[in-house]
Design a protein around this ligand. Structure first.
Ligand code: NAD
Length: 491
């Protein structure tokens, strides 16, 4: 039996494996019988195939979400809370199988997949807790004559569109607050990673989510299927996580029906290291900020700006750590960096590195695609990167760390903010006053101050500028699925 046969066998044994569409609480084939392949990024071989949703299927999913909407919105918050809590417990009980499923279709190393599943499950726990913390307001109007009553009501049917880089967490970060708020949803997962999203549907079903409340529609034809849903007058919300490029297209589509939009888009995170920083802590932070998920994260440090007096030592330290990482199939026990999700992504990283080197940068470590099957890229550190190089302005989305030297705080801030993106920034310094001053000056929705990770289900995650609109997680994440209704009352 080949390695791929054995992985396919493992997949067949997964308790939560679904390979058809999930509509109205049932697993159903595509209306035209179409299917598409899901590949193993470690080998490029076919793992399995899933049903390829059509426009008719997308509208059937909206029908199902519509049929379930009124009853779900009327469910007691405590009941919605307990269903989400059970979903958290089921995900936790099956975490190892789910992590292996994430690795099989996404490629990421198992420790990253385990981290993702734990993070993903936390959104169900957090929103189980938020579901019962209803909010509203009563006040006397300034003229003193009447009262102002403000209720929060579910926004309605939501279309959720997610990327492949965190197939579990990007789904639960949307489904958790939507369900807590009383909304019903249709999730369109990325075509590279539909299996994890379908497994989430099965877990939610087991947790007691009524048929039609959560529908999952894998579809290679993402443009027409999502567009059809955004033009169905019953749909009231789009929550999208993905690239800024696709986000712009969907914002225009959503404008036709003035749909409420939450957009979590691309990033180009600067990572600033001042000479007064604890260098070991900065290097540890850099490794997490750069290499979590093999660099395939919207929060990944994309540009390292290091103060001149420590730049050489920092580059050497980072190169040693990056060079020591074990690269291999994500599913192997000792792998630290898995393959990239597909050939195109690995090719784009290679192109950016080659471009930077042609302009004068030096690959201190790595700098090429290894000569083996699968979609790998070597962990790479580039020093002497020229300002204006494409690798500093585009999202790398791979295991590559370009380093640029700076001389003053003002220059560091200017370089960090010189981008249309504004998702997250990282600042390392031993001076707390400088840390807070620079954090305040960062044009980004989030800042990691002496910390390489910002993601936390209890915190508002999201971007400014062209990195997005709205927040996910925390109290704010739930507000994105609620609408205020104001009642003027004379009493
Ligand atoms: P993508 O934009 O290519 O795809 C995202 C989703 O949109 C997928 O489900 C895809 O099938 C769908 N899609 C693509 N074209 C579409 C169209 N025309 N109409 C409707 N749907 C369409 O992004 P990706 O490559 O899957 O993910 C990587 C990107 O996601 C990166 O830019 C990354 O920064 C971003 N991301 C952002 C966050 C965040 O929270 N801000 C989190 C994770 C990933």
């Amino acid at each position: 039996m080949t390695r791929d046969d054995s992985l396919r066998g493992e997949l067949d044994d997964f308790e939560h494996l679904l390979t058809d569409l999930w509509i109205g609480g049932k697993s159903v084939p595509a209306s035209d019988g179409g299917r598409f392949d899901v590949l193993d990024p470690a080998t490029g071989q076919v793992l399995t195939s899933v049903a390829n949703g059509t426009v008719d299927d997308a509208l059937a999913a909206v029908d199902a979400a519509h049929s379930a909407a009124a009853a779900w919105a009327a469910t007691a918050p405590r009941e919605r809370s307990e269903i989400l809590r059970r979903a958290f417990e089921l995900m936790t009980a099956h975490s190892e199988q789910l992590a292996r499923l994430v690795t099989l279709e996404n490629g990421k190393a198992l420790p990253d997949a385990r981290g993702e599943v734990a993070y993903a499950a936390e959104f169900f726990r957090w929103y189980a807790e938020e579901a019962v913390r209803g909010i509203g307001e009563v006040m006397t109007a300034p003229a003193g004559k009447n009262k102002i009553l403000v209720l929060q009501q579910p926004v309605g049917i939501c279309v959720l569109v997610t990327p492949w880089n965190f197939p579990a967490a990007m789904a639960t970060r949307k489904i958790g607050p939507a369900l807590a708020a009383g909304c019903t949803v249709v999730l369109k997962p990325a075509s590279d990673t539909p299996l994890t999203a379908l497994a989430m549907a099965k877990i939610l079903d087991e947790a007691g989510v009524p048929p039609g409340v959560v529908n999952v529609l894998p579809a290679r034809r993402s443009g027409p299927t999502v567009s059809a849903m955004l033009h169905d007058p019953r749909v009231r919300k789009l929550s999208f996580t993905g690239s800024t490029e696709v986000g712009r297209v969907l914002l225009k589509e959503a404008a036709d029906q003035v749909i409420n939009c939450s957009m979590e888009l691309g990033g180009n995170a600067p990572f600033l290291v001042f000479a007064d920083a604890d260098l070991d802590a900065a290097l540890d932070g850099a490794m997490v900020a750069k290499m979590r998920n093999g660099g395939e994260a919207c929060t990944a440090a994309n540009r390292f700006y290091v103060e001149r007096s420590i730049a050489e030592e920092f580059s050497r330290g980072l190169a040693e750590r990056m060079g020591a990482l074990r690269v291999g199939p994500g599913i192997d026990a000792d792998t630290q960096v898995g393959p990239m999700v597909n050939d195109e992504t690995a090719g784009k990283v290679d192109e950016l590195v080659r471009g930077a080197v042609a302009e004068g940068a030096t690959a201190v470590v790595g700098g090429r695609r290894p000569d083996r099957p699968g979609f790998y890229y070597e962990p790479t550190v580039l020093s002497g990167v020229q300002p204006g190089s494409a690798i500093l302005s585009e999202e790398i989305f791979g295991p590559v760390a370009p380093i640029v030297v700076f001389d003053t705080e003002d220059e560091a801030i200017r370089l960090a903010n010189d981008t249309e993106y504004g998702l997250v920034s990282y600042v390392f310094t031993g001076d707390l006053a400088r840390g807070l001053r620079v954090s305040e000056a960062m044009e980004s929705g989030m800042v990691g101050l002496n910390r390489g990770v910002v993601s936390d289900p209890a915190a508002p995650f999201g971007g400014t500028k062209q990195s997005g609109v709205g927040r996910e997680g925390g109290h704010e994440g739930m507000l994105d699925y609620l609408e205020s209704k104001y009642i003027a009352v004379d009493w």
